[in-house]
Design a binder for this molecule. Structure first.
Ligand SMILES: NC(=O)c1ccc[n+]([C@@H]2O[C@H](COP(=O)([O-])OP(=O)(O)OC[C@H]3O[C@@H](n4cnc5c(N)ncnc54)[C@H](O)[C@@H]3O)[C@@H](O)[C@H]2O)c1
Length: 392
């Protein structure tokens, strides 16, 4: 690898919650306390990080474009089972090799790392092959289609001292960075509820349901913004399969927070209207994120509801004030994802969405499936010592 010590720090945070590994489930899943060593920075021998992008479909094309724009990355390959697809993504004048052979990518010593954007059901196999070949891995969400496969991948990466990072893209957006600052910095006051809607006529995936496809974004965001003391502790899920696919395409998650608050997520592949909103409410402020409105992506309402102490339920104290629309930089989050991945490889920085954060999301999804089998009952998210290998 060539010298990349000048890789600029990305704008998003680099460490997991509070600078430590995501707690509870992910650690329990590995059957150990969080004693893993921080990975030391790599010695850079030859400059940029040699990268292979695997999967040249809808999202892989975006990964490739962002990787090509990052000067710390040297994109060597774009690999797809359909080599013509890889070639058409690259265009006529690219020096990047298009190939259908993952083996060619993984056996090339100039490749230090891979970015994987193949369908979810293939992640376990492709990520395992890459880690076994000694490559650092950035993989699309979800980490795997089953929690037990994901546990094995995290263990394999940690045993080999390799970076395993998840592309939970929203966690690297300027808006989510701002939400995190406002929530964790006390700007919203006591966190009361989060309410998100992620619906449209979406791609109906053949390997995972709508929770694994879409709600995984909301869970990852939630895990990355909730402060200590208000973390998710239990999940209840409801869903429907109106198309008779054998997996739900409309889903609702309710997630209890440790402080008594609640988060709710509605995901749907079948809605003719596209909505991407999240409301975050606290005792001091309410934040409204509309990802489809570039003129007012985030609105901060100086408004909260408190019940004055000693007065019982009513009258509530409605604090009404100004609404502010902060200037949020319009940056492509995938650029930050790529820069974060490069810095994790070169400097040993722990990415916000590392393998354990990916496990945390999958553990919540598997608990959601358990809840659906229990007719929507709340399922706790804190098994602690219990080995966490539930079947979906
Ligand atoms: N982070 C995000 O916001 C986001 C958005 C969309 C999709 N994704 C994720 O990206 C991944 C891919 O989704 P997509 O919409 O691009 O799918 P897609 O079907 O458009 O593309 C997948 C590509 O992978 C190729 N492929 C399959 N198996 C392969 C293998 N073993 N080796 C090499 N190539 C292989 C296919 O030929 C296809 O071209 C999924 O995991 C999805 O969840 C993430």
């Amino acid at each position: 690898m060539r010298d990349v010590s000048s890789v600029p720090a990305p704008s998003g945070p680099l460490t997991s919650r509070n600078g430590a590994a995501p707690p509870s489930l992910a650690r329990g899943a590995l059957g150990e306390s969080d004693t893993r060593p921080l990975r030391p920075p790599m010695e850079c021998k030859s400059g940029r990080v040699g990268l292979g992008v695997i999967g040249a479909g809808y999202w892989g094309a975006k990964l490739a474009r962002n990787a090509l724009q990052d000067s710390s990355l040297d994109v060597r390959y774009l690999c797809d089972l359909d080599a013509d697809r890889a070639e058409s993504v690259l265009g006529d004048y690219s020096t990047v090799h298009a190939t259908s052979s993952i083996e060619q990518v993984l056996t090339d010593p100039s490749v230090d790392a891979v970015a994987i954007a193949t369908p979810a059901a293939t992640h376990a196999q492709v990520v395992k092959a890459a880690l076994t070949a000694g490559k650092h891995v950035l993989v699309e969400k979800p980490l795997a289609a089953r929690l037990e496969d994901a546990v094995a991948l995290v263990r394999a990466a940690e045993e080999r001292g390799l970076v395993l990072m998840l592309d939970y893209t929203y966690c690297y957006t300027s808006v989510v960075n701002r939400l995190r600052e406002l929530i964790r910095g006390g700007g919203v006051g006591t966190l009361q509820y989060l309410d998100s809607v992620r619906i449209n006529f979406g791609l109906v995936r053949h390997d995972v349901d709508v929770l694994w496809d879409l709600a995984s974004h909301d869970i990852a965001i939630l895990n990355s913004v909730c402060p200590e003391g208000a973390e998710p502790v239990a999940v209840a899920a409801h869903g429907a399969d109106p198309l008779g696919l054998g997996r739900i395409s409309v889903g609702y998650l309710s997630i209890r927070l440790a402080n008594g608050g609640i988060a709710h997520t509605h995901v749907n592949w079948l809605s003719p209207t596209k909505i991407r909103t999240m409301i975050v409410s606290g005792s001091k402020r309410t934040l409204v994120w509309n990802d489809l409105d570039p003129r007012q992506r985030l609105a901060i309402y100086d408004m909260g509801v408190q019940v004055p102490s000693g007065q019982g339920m009513l009258p509530a104290d409605y604090q009404l004030g100004d609404m502010v629309v902060p200037a949020i930089p319009e940056e492509e989050a995938l650029g930050t994802v790529m820069a974060t991945f490069a810095r994790a490889i070169v400097h040993g920085d722990q990415p916000l969405t590392d393998g354990r954060a990916g496990l945390q999301v999958l553990a919540t999804l598997e608990a959601a499936h358990q809840s659906m089998r229990l007719d929507g009952a709340f399922v706790p998210l804190e098994p602690h010592d219990e080995p966490l290998v539930r079947q979906p």
